[in-house]
Design a protein around this ligand. Sequence first.
Ligand SMILES: [Zn+2]
Length: 259
Amino acid sequence: MLIDTHAHLTDPGYGEAREIIDNMQNDNLDKIITVAYDVASSYKCVEIAKNNPNIYATVGVHPSDACRMEQGFDPIPDLAKLVSHPKVVALGEIGLDYHYDDDKNVQKHWLDAQLSLLGNTDLPVSFHIRDAYEDTFDIVKAHKADIKNGGVLHCYSGSYEYAKQYLDMGFYVSFSGSVTFKNSVRAPEIIRKLPKDRLLIETDCPYLTPVPFRGKRNEPKYVTYQAQKIAEILGIGYKEAEELTRQNAYTLFKKMKRD
Ligand SMILES: [Zn+2]
């Protein structure tokens, strides 16, 4: 079965995500990790996970959302409370995103503050990094002692060299539907170089719908296309790719129960 390690079930387009969750068995989905991007979605993700055994949650503030927070608002007390919930498997998605015009100093401030939360937990971290690999790594290095259980570079789009720095710190690398796009030339090369036991797959739904459904709304079940692509790139069977990425997810997200 498959695990979608990065989905946004709180997206308003899914309503209560009832249909997605009720069809998981039929869709060959073992678990879904629903990922937060601000304080409100952190509470919502925990609520969904609490009510559904096969759903797990992350809590955290995305760098772009950090820039949209009301001035003077501090998300840390809420996050500090939520990280210890039994269904919260990672801190995230947090990071730096320089693709848009969001204030870099605000982003750095909240990345730093959120990584400090890891000091009191054993959670891994889910990183959203876009066009900001060097600055992120500077902050990560300063928090080396806090990051005890590595994490994941979600929807990876950087070079092998950058990924390598993170591998050495126990990180995993996750690929979304963008690996199925025709213009995705770099990903296959990186996937071949990465250790097999550090590969993860995700949808990042409702964004990044894979081929052959581009233009339609993305859903967790489409993570099967990422597994297929990884099998093709690595020259292994589909079932093997499914099992490999599933076991890797359980190894990284230790609070997620195998059943
Ligand atoms: Zn995301």
